[in-house]
Design a protein around this ligand. Sequence first.
Ligand SMILES: [Zn+2]
Length: 116
Amino acid sequence: MMAGDCHCEDCRRTSGSGHSSHLVVPEASVALTGEVRTYGRVSDSGNLVTRAFCPDCGAPIFSKNPAMPAMLFLRASSLDDLEIFQPQMHLYAIRAASWDAPSAGMLAFDKMPPAM
Ligand SMILES: [Zn+2]
């Protein structure tokens, strides 16, 4: 449905870099196997965002946002084929570090897109 790079504080901290790359997909379209551990944190929008990560290595796998309950925010880093991810936009671009500035010419929102 959407693919983008998010520069919000949570995404920066959990990525170990300047942003996280997400694919927003219908949860029903994804078959998850194995275990994840989760933690929740209230986002800037006031929603309790739940992040799921590998309990063994800590790698982020996906997150859920009650504002979009049928959707899964899948981390691009979790894909077997990284080329599936084709970023369309930057989120929270206003918080991007100077060394991780949004790509020129790509759609960039100061925060979240209006519909999210
Ligand atoms: Zn984010």
